[in-house]
Design a protein around this ligand. Structure first.
Ligand code: BGC
Length: 367
């Protein structure tokens, strides 16, 4: 009898242990929300990682952040590793929007809710939500800055774009083109470096294919070195009438800095306006030093809050709120969108320091 009691106690203890392990979401092997970011090689995404960590410091749910290092294969491995840890929600910024379909389809099969973060995943129905900035507005703001600062007519306009594998590159360029095209048509600008854009300069609305043709020619692949090489090639080929005071549409801060360096070192360039986006620290310093003209500030704190807010709603069994939708080529993906802010030397302190995004001590020469 005594022996039997001891055995029962042991069995009950084991059952308790098993149940406790099952409930322990914060345990070593179990993760609630998996986050996959595209690369550590760009400050933009390291910034997102840090903002996620800040936001998650006192969350009840467990999370894990993995980087894909610019490889769709690594990205798929990351998703699989997270699925093995039992994630319920996947927040993912694809390296390549179309190639990521396979990874998110694998997640969907496991009943995981998929949230595309900043970049849309295309041509699949396996994306549940999309949290994003207003990417058309990013491009429009960059273009408007160039228009507002263009003096006279026939200002040489150098065009650069993001990676063709990133749906955002299309949105940024589309937004920019809508603003630039009328100003090319009225003679304010002349296109300096793209025969494809030149061939389409009378069309205000470009199809995806037409956008693809231009982007294919002027892409930086989101790579600072590619951007630098392209800018060097363009300036080497440019005749004198394409130098002097020029305008440059650069798609983001990383590429803007390297393009700006190339233009700054050409003696025949007397002045340049160059755009950017992301409010990377190095570009804020460039703006203070008048080496880059502007950036489009996308407050990553808001995007992180929206993405985690959505994830928590899903985990709590609720339906997240959305404000619109994006067509990903296969389905309309429900989306939550955030506005962007133009930052130049005039308002850099008000927008980035006073809002506590950065600290004044991180920069030199800030008045
Ligand atoms: C993001 C930008 C970023 C770029 C390169 C885009 O999808 O929206 O913020 O600069 O990718 O990583």
């Amino acid at each position: 009898m005594k022996k039997f009691k001891g055995l029962t106690f042991l069995v009950i203890l084991m059952i308790f242990a098993l149940v406790a392990a099952g409930c322990n979401n914060g345990g070593d092997s179990s993760v609630d929300v998996g986050i996959v970011l595209p690369t550590k090689d760009e400050p933009r995404w390291v910034q997102d990682e840090q903002r996620f960590k800040d936001a998650l410091a006192d969350s009840d749910y467990s999370t894990e952040i993995l980087f894909s290092q610019g490889s769709s294969a690594k990205e798929k491995e990351n998703v699989e590793a997270l699925l093995n840890k039992g994630i319920k929600v996947l927040i993912i910024t694809p390296h390549d929007g179309a190639a990521a379909a396979a990874a998110v389809e694998a997640a969907k099969k496991e009943g995981v809710t998929v949230i595309a973060y900043d970049r849309l995943i295309t041509d699949t129905d396996a994306v549940d939500y999309y949290v994003t900035f207003d990417s058309l507005a990013v491009g429009a703001a960059q273009a408007q800055y160039l228009v507002d600062n263009a003096d006279g007519s026939d200002v040489p306009l150098y065009l650069y774009a993001g990676a063709a594998s990133d749906n955002n590159a299309f949105l940024f360029f589309e937004g920019a083109w809508k603003v630039l095209q009328p100003k090319i048509a009225d003679g304010t600008f002349k296109i300096a470096n793209s025969s494809e854009a030149e061939a389409l300069k009378d069309s205000a609305d470009l199809s995806r294919d037409q956008l693809g043709k231009i982007i294919g020619q002027i892409t930086t692949n989101w790579d600072a070195n590619d951007a630098k090489n392209k800018a060097q090639t363009h300036l080497t080929a440019a005749a004198d009438d394409l130098k002097g005071d020029v305008s440059i549409l650069a798609p983001n801060d990383g590429t803007a800095r390297s393009i700006a360096d190339v233009f700054a070192s050409d003696n025949a360039i007397t002045n340049y306006f160059v755009t950017g986006q992301d409010a990377e620290k190095a570009s804020i310093q460039y703006i203070i030093d008048e080496q880059q003209s502007m950036t489009v500030f996308k407050d990553v704190r808001t995007l992180v809050k929206d993405a985690m807010g959505m994830a928590v709603e899903v985990l709590d069994g609720n339906t997240p709120e959305t404000t619109g939708s994006y067509d990903n080529g296969e389905v309309e993906v429900k989306a939550k969108q955030t506005d962007v802010i133009v930052v130049d030397k005039e308002n850099v302190k008000a927008e980035l320091i006073d809002s506590k995004y950065y600290e004044a001590s991180e920069f030199t020469g800030l008045e």
